[in-house]
Design a protein around this ligand. Sequence first.
Ligand SMILES: Nc1ncnc2c1ncn2[C@@H]1O[C@H](COP(=O)(O)OP(=O)(O)OP(=O)(O)O)[C@@H](O)[C@H]1O
Ligand SMILES: [Mg+2]
Length: 654
Amino acid sequence: MCIKPVIAVDFGTSNTYVAKCPGDQPTPEGIDFGDGRDGLATAILYRTKKEPIIGYKALEEFGDAEEERLTYTIRTQFKPDITHSPEARKNSHDFLVHLLKHSRNTIQPIDSQVIFGVPSEASVEYRNTLKDLAFKAGFGEIKVIDEPKGAIYFHVQRKDITPIEATQGALVVDFGGGTCDFALVVKGEVKHSWGDMHLGGRLFDDVFYQWFLEQCPDALEEMHEEQAEFFTLWYTCREVKEKFSQKMAINRTEKFRKKIGDFGRITDVTWNKFIERIKIYNPSTTFIEYLKNANPGALERFSQHNNVNILDWFRQSLRTGLQHEQVSQQQIACVVLTGGSSSWPFVEDLVQEELTSIGITSRLVRSARPYATISQGLAIIPALQLEYNAIREQLRTEMPNFIEEKIIPLIERRILEAAGRIAASITAELFDQRIKPILVNFQQNGGAASELKLSITQQSEAFRPQIKIVVEKEIGKVFTALPFDIVQEMTAWFKQHNLIFKHNTMHMEEANTDGKIIIPIDVYDKIETVIAWISVSITTALMSMISGGAGTALIATGPIGLVIGALIGLVIGSLVVTEGLAGAKRKAENWNCPAWIMCKVLSNAKIEGIRADIKQQAKEQTLQQINNAKRQLKQHIQQYVNLEVEALSAISQM
Ligand SMILES: Nc1ncnc2c1ncn2[C@@H]1O[C@H](COP(=O)(O)OP(=O)(O)OP(=O)(O)O)[C@@H](O)[C@H]1O
Ligand SMILES: [Mg+2]
């Protein structure tokens, strides 16, 4: 089979990222457009009688232009409008045509599988329009995939999240340049997506732009003369903002300053001041001017509200979706932060706070370059699907052996150990402490068979409540570590297939040689239930062996019964001459047997024999009960392994 390489395009509102990847190996590579940074700005500069320019170069050329500017038209932020604006369609088409032209040496769409990301909420019309645009631009037949899925694949491949977490429920937060999108993906299906079309990183660009103008008011006129306001806002201030954010991610107590082109310098920038500013945001006149042409909808949003608290805006957007019934009913096993603006240190804090407030303690993951995750994630989908399908088949084939050779011996070893310990405890506490002294006393002093029976019955009855305690203690000691061992075996097995077995929902942790081992709550719970059930059945079995029949069980069966039987036989033998058989039988039970006769039936060797027999019986009873439960234990573990293996199918069908 010839597997075509993959080209994935994350066609964003502010930036576009392209990645390529072999179709059978998840090794993605971002395409460098020579802009000195990842991807390229989704911008096109039309020039009279000249080829258009795209990307940051377009923004830069527009920013640097002097009198030529009159012959220039710059277009950005056109992507969201392709369904209803012919101009946006034309801009997108031209942008994609030039993007292909630029990367002719690195990507060949005709010989590749081409994937375009789309926001989850994109309509069928949007998806079809995009397919049509891409086809006309020279990408051939493309496949469109929801962007959040790209982010999930990226982190699954990097082993930041497990396939099972990804399929149980992944919340993807995509905070980009122009918009903020949230999606909950469960079993490969977008259960619900929501977001805000106007909440994006560019607002912070504007915060820096205004901050700078407050410090250097004269700069505005200079910029105006050079027609460099947009350029300063969207390019220079964005770069300065990113540098500030990077610095704050390391240390929020540092002070920050930077040159703003040749117009001056922004100084005395601190985290606290920044936070204060973003809590009372109003767009600058330059931004308003820009929105008038580019995005009147967004302008309306701002003119309705004054002093916008951007932090609250983000929090509210997230909260609204979390309260939606399609989300609140679902498990959120992991959270993926993606999009360039998710690098802001406050994003993680806010998301964490909101989730904690509704009792969710999921792990958050974010790559070092969150803006590039979607394109790279989309690019590896075909390879990862192939890989997981193959691994799943291998795991399925190996599963019976794994259970028989790794798990069953673990259980067996513990069963034997538990049976041995229970038998030893019962023997020590029941026989050595309670029964043996009775037997020795009779051996030495003689007595009636009926007294012997009564004493043993009383002691057996009195021991009854102890049985439960002994069983629970010993079973607890032996089986508590079983889930740890099982998880360790599964971890090693998965590792052989280059998979991780790591869970967020933790129940308990134990240090082992590999560091921390975390037991998934479901494995632990299931095993714990079976273990509790085993304890009850062993206790019941031992109770009927020891104190059944109102304490007479030990006397009725086994060596104690035999000893008493032999004693009575011997007594009848000695009484028969004087009492006749009937009389001897009648009196035998209560006849006070002298010590010298007693010695014959109750030798030291006999007493030891009784001990060994009680121990053996207790062991057999215990073994039998645990063996009955073994099938169930095995079933639970098998179900669990199956769940893990099937998660791989779900993820390869996403
Ligand atoms: N370290 C950083 N800290 C804060 N913001 C950053 C950082 N790095 C990049 N950004 C911002 O992230 C935004 C770009 O993110 P991204 O490329 O994901 O957006 P996009 O996909 O083009 O936009 P959208 O998803 O809204 O269509 C820009 O506003 C950029 O300045
Ligand atoms: Mg984006």
